[in-house]
Design a protein around this ligand. Structure first.
Ligand code: FMN
Length: 175
């Protein structure tokens, strides 16, 4: 698929007909790993839910009802980053951003993930509205990782129109 077409076709999908087989998910997550990161420290982490029981449990207990229904039938990938590594040197923040750099790297990783999924015929929904405490407890995620998103990945069962974007003139300045 051409990259321009890929970008144009990607959108958040809130209706799925099927989850992603393990082998396909491994390929998508491998491609996400190719994202750049601060000093190549690769602090992004993924926790994949694939069994119906685990999926149902996490959906029921960690997602609000609108995200629960939007992600029905899809696989779920919880993404985190290891705190106090990226953007730090000997435990001291390199600049004012601090752990924001870990979140930045994870955002790049997740951008690769959603595009890699689309390229392989799957779609995604990034969900930032979730209960991190419940997710940590259910999946045993260590305290030194910041839980960011839950990403639904699956076969789309809807074809929404592209959502509008602000004009370039509103968001970009050339000097
Ligand atoms: C960090 C982040 C968090 C988001 N959280 C949610 C969410 O909890 N629930 C939801 O339905 N959509 C969520 N979205 C999806 C956005 O609403 C969506 O990307 C935006 O409306 C643009 O639409 P598009 O992705 O189809 O281009 C989130 C997106 C991002 C990047």
């Amino acid at each position: 698929m051409q990259f321009t077409e890929l970008i144009a076709e990607r959108r958040s999908i809130r209706k799925y007909e099927a989850a992603v087989p393990r082998e396909e998910l491994e390929l998508i997550l491998s491609e996400a790993r190719q994202a750049p990161s601060w000093k190549n420290q690769q602090t992004s982490r993924c926790y994949v839910l694939e069994t119906p029981e685990k999926l149902e449990e996490l959906r029921a207990e960690a997602l609000p009802s609108f995200n629960r229904s939007s992600s029905a039938n899809a696989s779920l990938v919880v993404t985190t980053y290891v705190r106090n590594v990226v953007g730090f040197s000997d435990g001291t923040p390199t600049n004012e951003i601090g752990n924001g750099w870990g979140a930045y790297d994870l955002g790049l990783h997740d951008a690769y993930l959603i595009l890699a999924a689309r390229n392989r015929g799957y779609d995604t929904l990034i969900m930032g509205i979730r209960d991190a405490d419940v997710i940590r407890e259910k999946l045993g995620i260590p305290e030194n990782e910041e839980i960011m998103s839950v990403i639904a990945v699956g076969k789309r069962a809807e074809n929404p129109a592209p959502r509008p974007r602000k004009d370039l003139a509103e968001t970009v300045r050339f000097f």
